[in-house]
Design a protein around this ligand. Sequence first.
Ligand code: FEO
Length: 167
Amino acid sequence: MIQKELETAINEQIAQELTASYNYLGMSTYFDELSLDGFASWMQNQHREEQEHAMRLLNYLQDRGGRVQLASIPSPQVEFNSILEVFETSLQMEIANTNSINALYDLSLKLNDHATKSHLQWFIDEQVEEEKSMEDIIANLKLIGDDKAGLLYLNDKLGQRSPDSEA
Ligand code: FEO
């Protein structure tokens, strides 16, 4: 049986993953309206990936006899000033998520919950990838600048991402 404090923190993390999922879905609609199908598809993959993260935590909490509490999810932002702003927003979201995963890990250490600590290791590794993909895309966008051909090339490249791979 999982301790109450960890149960609450895992429920909060589930909400955070689902919020991220919803935000990425909002971003995909922004790209769809710009007819940038590759960017839109990449964001939809990201949306699904965050749902999977939430489900990993939800299933784990249930396996440990915890009570799942599903919080309300705020409406996502769907208007942005630029493509670069979308990815800078995404990077900030991932950094915030890394911090909350680390805080959850610290709590599992404090409470001597070794199973939760072990479960969270996957998330810690995953966050390295998540931040890196956003940083890589931001770097590419800065390099491209106002070059439309470069933007279309990146759009094609991002559209090739398979559902279960990173950028
Ligand atoms: Fe589930 Fe992007 O962190």
